[in-house]
Design a protein around this ligand. Sequence first.
Ligand code: ZN
Length: 176
Amino acid sequence: MPNAQPNLLDLVLYPDPGLREVCKPVSAMNDQVDRLIDEMFYTMYDAPGIGLAAPQVAVQQRVIVVDVSEGKDQPLALINPKIIQQAGSITWEEGCLSLPGIYAKITRPNHILVEGMNREGKQIQIEASDLLAVCIQHEIDHLNGVLFVDHLSNLKRSRALQQYRKLQLQEENEEK
Ligand code: ZN
């Protein structure tokens, strides 16, 4: 019996060391990866978020899902994604499901060409700009153990993480 309803996965939160690992490439498309992609989309839309990387759901594999559309109807899953060209510059206020509650302006290339495998197991290339480019780069960073706050200056990063710890403590206190 196939199980149609995907599971909602637990989000891995900073400072979990799993967020600092370099993830392994997926050697070939299979049912386990297909199922993971369904569950990642389900978890991302539920959060809600516009992107999610496998290590954020405790799977150390090179898989990302994104959907930056208004209607949440343009899901994009990429396996073993790699940026092969980049140009321009854009500053966007980023957030992260693994660092809930904090946001920071990050500057990244504005146009990228990404190569990877789609969920049908086919090698594809995607050109992306603006928010989609930002989101794909943010998610690929996760596969390399990099978080958006790592792009900040030391001072701004320690302020952001201080703010995050404060929010986490407040949440813990509210739960008591
Ligand atoms: Zn993130």
